[in-house]
Design a protein around this ligand. Structure first.
Ligand code: FES
Ligand code: FES
Length: 150
């Protein structure tokens, strides 16, 4: 049995120690906003925050989470009104949407550490988030807009 801190609540899950956090979120805790893409830490679709850092939940065994605070897209803001989420809507970033929770979590972690990132810093921080629809230009625009309003 593992006790986790997820989106401000303590949750208990009965899973094997090597179960990836992504599986626990989606299947044990019904938090399906975090997506499975590659399963090998290459695409960023499964990105969540662990103690404020963007991490790939597909590659993180539940036993490694410990007392760290996990935040998923469901817990990023109360009403979907985080500056990054607002900017995403205003810029109309999404196409199919599949990669976008991971993109938003990476962008939110970036802006928390670096409220006014350069193009280069945005590129570096977002480099591991793949979008098969190619929304990269709008993602960059939305991150700049979120930086301006936050
Ligand atoms: S599903 Fe985790 S990085 Fe692709
Ligand atoms: S919006 Fe379709 S994969 Fe990114």
């Amino acid at each position: 049995m593992f006790k986790l801190h997820v989106n401000g609540k303590t949750r208990e899950v009965d899973v094997a120690p090597d179960t990836p956090l992504l599986w626990v979120l989606r299947e044990s805790l019904d938090l399906a906003g975090t997506k499975f893409g590659c399963g090998i830490a290459q695409c960023g679709a499964c990105t969540v925050h662990l103690d404020g850092e963007a991490v790939r939940s597909c590659a993180m065994p539940i036993s490694a989470v410990g007392t760290g605070k996990v935040v998923t897209i469901e817990g990023l803001s109360e009403k979907g009104d985080h500056p990054v989420q607002k900017a995403w809507e205003e810029v109309d970033v999404m196409q199919c949407g599949y990669c976008q929770a991971g993109q938003i979590m990476s962008a939110a972690a970036l802006l928390k550490k670096n409220p006014n990132p350069s193009d280069e810093e945005i590129f570096t921080a977002m480099n591991g988030n793949i979008c098969r629809c190619g929304t990269y230009v709008r993602i960059r625009e939305a991150i700049k807009q979120a930086a301006a309003i936050s």
